[in-house]
Design a protein around this ligand. Structure first.
Ligand SMILES: Cc1ncc(COP(=O)(O)O)c(C=O)c1O
Length: 395
């Protein structure tokens, strides 16, 4: 068998998506318009919420949701350290302080105990991140938040579709932000959606997403629109295009098919690696439906005589692309130097980071791709373990 390179990700774009975008190109209306309206309505139905606001990234969504929650200068927002840059930078946009906390050691999702300990009189919002596509402990997190009357803004960049104790992610907290970035479970290239059941929050986010100008400003070049508008606040330019929304509408129709494909790959990996000493497969809790955006393994250094970086390099040399999610925020120069964090401040995230590797998991993987990932991982672990055994007898 000749190995080709299994890239870390490849999107699934079919003819329906291509045709939908071409139709928008031919329609004469490219930016926010009827496709965005239809996408918002379909998305709201899909996750069972009253309002969905389309934006041009999840980062934009998180910014708008925090702004609508009233976060401002010198407030604190609690964010897990094991997340992407976006989750915390939006807090800084508003002049507030991101207060980083640790994760659970098994699922890497927000630790409710760490959350409880981090609450102060200045806490203005809590941002759980549904890491890898698995929901955080939302009952515990919501109870803590409600006790202190603090809004919960969920970062669900990984979590479409996902559910927690039978409830879809999207309608649990005060607002939930999804990402349609190129590698995500639904993609529009770049894009995002904010969901909420609160009409006032939805209205504020809509206004701020388009320069803070009065409702339906996007309609001003349509027959029914008016040239007149009013600026209500200094807003942002975060609206989604109709081109992207047309793509999103088609991708949304395929969500069940995509999720099943990812769940099948996860089950294949779980089984194929179950006997491997020194390799920990992901912990999926029974009371939540995992979106399987990421499949994160841990390479146990006491068994596999290979550093995580060498492990990644060996996979790459043998044709398997991987990634690491994430370098915890507190290790980055900005957060380390601004807030004085040290690596050991968040021991669970730090230990996980040093061992974690994200394997390819996406519907466009062929059976041969999946087999190649499995055999390559097994081979790299076996070689490292045999070297380790040789090492222990001093050869
Ligand atoms: C956890 C998390 N939050 C937010 C984002 C930002 O998403 P976007 O690129 O749509 O702004 C990402 C993107 O990778 C992410 O992984």
């Amino acid at each position: 068998m000749t190995n080709t390179f299994v890239s870390y990700h490849r999107p699934s774009i079919g003819e329906a998506e291509i045709n939908a975008v071409v139709e928008v190109l031919r329609s004469g209306w490219l930016t926010t318009g009827p496709q965005v309206q239809a996408f918002e309505a379909a998305f709201a139905r899909a996750v069972g919420v009253k309002h969905a606001v389309a934006v041009n990234s999840c980062t934009a969504g998180l910014h708008l949701a925090l702004e609508a929650a009233g976060v401002s200068l010198d407030d604190e927002v609690i964010v897990p350290t094991l997340t992407f840059a976006a989750s915390a930078e939006v807090v800084a946009y508003l002049g507030a302080k991101p207060v980083l906390i640790d994760c659970r050691p098994d699922t890497y999702t927000m630790s409710p105990q760490a959350l409880q300990a981090a609450i102060t009189t200045r806490t203005r919002a809590i941002m759980p991140v549904h890491y890898a596509g698995q929901a955080c402990d939302m009952d515990e997190i919501m109870a803590i938040a409600r006790d202190h009357d603090i809004p919960v803004i969920e970062d669900a960049a990984h979590a479409l579709p996902a559910s927690y104790r039978g409830r879809p992610i999207g309608g649990i907290g005060d607002a939930t932000c999804f990402s349609f970035y190129a590698t995500k479970t639904l993609t529009t290239g770049e894009g995002g959606m904010i969901t909420t059941n609160d009409p006032d929050v939805a209205e504020r986010m809509r206004i701020m997403a388009l320069h803070g100008i009065s409702k339906d400003a996007w309609k001003r070049y349509t027959a029914e629109g008016s040239w007149y508008y009013e600026i209500l606040a200094p807003g942002y330019k975060y609206n989604l295009t109709d081109l992207a929304a047309a793509l999103g509408l088609e991708q949304l129709k395929r969500q069940a098919e995509f999720r099943e494909a990812r769940a099948r790959i996860a089950a294949r990996y779980d089984e194929a690696f179950s006997d491997l000493q020194g390799l920990r497969t992901p912990v999926a809790l029974p009371d939540r439906e995992h979106a399987w955006h990421l499949y994160v393994i841990e390479v146990e250094p006491s068994h596999v005589r290979l550093s995580r970086n060498a492990f990644i390099e060996s996979l790459r040399e043998r044709g398997v692309g991987t990634s690491v999610h994430f370098i915890p925020l507190h290790l980055h120069p900005y957060y380390r130097d601004t807030y004085g964090y040290t690596p050991s401040d968040f021991p669970n995230a730090f230990a996980a980071y040093e061992r974690m590797v994200s394997l390819p998991i996406y519907p466009a993987m062929t059976a041969a791709d999946i087999d190649q990932v499995i055999s390559t991982v097994r081979e790299v672990v076996a070689r490292a373990n045999s070297r380790a055994r040789v090492g222990t007898v001093g050869v």
